[in-house]
Design a protein around this ligand. Structure first.
Ligand SMILES: *[C@@H]1O[C@H](CO)[C@@H](O)[C@H](O)[C@H]1NC(C)=O
Length: 429
């Protein structure tokens, strides 16, 4: 994604000049006339002029890299670099050329920062260093977001380590003290054409990476790490977004590896390693009455290791217009997962307004194909659907799940669907 200066055009021009000179010299030898000499000089001047112009345009292209060091950032983990990053952003965002913001190796102390668009052209943020949050968790915890990109079209974040130092914040929450709301580490809101590649995020206060109200997003080769008991540290949260791809990512965290919220469409997840964590979860949906649904979601070639759940769909037992449809789970391996396959429409913590304990969320057309491995609990496959909106079109095919070395069980309530191929545990559909 980095554009290095290319001198190909200038090279071309210079060899052209060289050939041109040779030809002219030959001409001079042949004719040795003054008139030719004058012509030669004039044409040389013209060629030289265009060649210099070319070189100038190319150099000005190459100059559109903004190094945060030249905006005063000091990579010593002590000096607050927030303003330097924001100033580099302002310069890049107002540039009419596509630009790169470059963060060299080193540890930068960065507080809450909002990178706002729309910008005049594409921006690539290339990070070889580590961004470290202040040790006082109130600094980023007060604003809800640590690094926030808003309304930026054409943004790529390449590389980079984010260390939100969340441990003190989790301790505060666990002790029920007066704590700030907490910060998501990196968030994209109302952004289109987004690439996040090669990012490492550790110990976020809340969710590590949030994709909210975005179109056309590619997340690849990211690594997410937080302890398995850290509260609400979801790995990646996708919501109100269309065309998100998450591929080749390793997520070890304290909450969902990937959580999928209302209004998610055309989500593709591939080669995900999840665990510890709460699995890949659609939901919780249907908390609100008016709520957009989730549709066309695929998860394939993924491995869950020691996670609480594998493939989970979860909804509140409350009235709602929300729905889940066209979901495809394929080629999944479960290693010591508590609930490998689970639909739970009974969610109602603290019994908050759940009349009749029934969910309005309609779940339909969910396919589970080629899923094998081990469940730490006896019920490896659980479909606990809504009495008022039964699950429909659930398709299971080639499932091989055991309760460690023993036979596992399946559980069905208010579910209709079909089965194909070998199904272990015995299907209740
Ligand atoms: C479903 O999503 C995929 C991307 O994950 C997309 O390629 C496909 O066109 C979508 N299908 C429909 C019917 O929208």
């Amino acid at each position: 994604m980095i554009s290095y200066p290319s001198f190909s055009a200038s090279k071309y021009i210079s060899s052209f000049i060289y050939l041109y000179f040779q030809k002219k010299i030959r001409e001079i030898n042949y004719f040795s006339q003054h008139i030719h000499m004058a012509k030669l000089i004039i044409s040389c001047i013209i060629v030289l002029f265009f060649s210099v112009l070319f070189l100038f345009v190319e150099l000005s292209n190459a100059a559109t890299t903004y190094n945060v060091l030249s905006f005063g950032a000091v990579p010593n983990e002590q000096t607050d670099a927030t303003q330097s990053f924001l100033n580099a952003w302002r310069a890049a965002c107002s540039s009419v050329e596509a630009t790169t913001i470059y963060v060299p190796k080193g540890r930068y102390l960065v507080g809450a920062a909002t990178f706002r668009g729309p910008c005049k052209n594409r921006i690539t943020v290339r990070i070889d260093g580590t961004l470290v949050a202040p040790s006082d968790y109130w600094v980023i915890g007060n604003s809800g977001y640590w690094l926030l990109f808003i309304q930026v079209n054409g943004i790529s974040v390449i590389g980079g380590n984010l260390d939100a130092k969340g441990a003190a914040f989790w301790a505060c929450r666990n002790s029920n003290n007066n704590c700030p709301v907490g910060a998501r580490s990196i968030t994209f809101n109302w952004a289109n054409d987004v690439v996040v590649s090669g990012l490492l995020s550790i110990n976020s206060q809340l969710t590590h990476l949030v994709i909210n109200s975005c179109n056309n997003v590619m997340v690849r080769n990211v690594r997410i790490i937080a302890p398995d008991q850290s509260p609400n540290t979801d790995g990646i949260h996708v919501q109100s977004s269309t065309g998100v791809t998450i591929t080749g990512s390793r997520i070890k965290t304290g909450d969902d590896c990937i959580s999928i919220g209302p209004g998610t469409r055309n989500l593709w997840m591939e080669k995900i390693l999840c665990g510890p964590g709460h699995g890949v979860s659609i939901g919780s949906l249907g908390r609100n009455y008016e709520e957009d649904g989730v549709q066309n979601v695929t998860l394939t070639y993924s491995i869950f290791t020691g996670s609480d759940n594998g493939l989970r769909i979860k909804s509140w037992a409350r009235p709602s217009t929300s729905f889940v449809k066209n979901i495809y789970y394929r080629n999944i391996v479960m290693k010591y997962v508590d609930n490998p396959i689970i639909i739970d429409q009974n969610y109602c913590p603290n019994g908050q307004d759940c009349p009749g304990q029934t969910s309005g969320v309609k779940i339909s057309q969910v396919t589970y194909k080629n899923i094998e491995g081990t469940s730490t609990t006896e019920v490896a496959m659980k479909f606990d659907c809504s009495p008022s909106n039964p699950c429909e079109g659930i398709q299971i095919q080639d499932i091989k799940l055991t309760h460690m070395n023993k036979k596992a069980k399946s559980f069905c309530k208010n579910v209709q669907g079909i089965k194909k191929g070998v199904i272990l545990p015995d299907s209740c559909i």
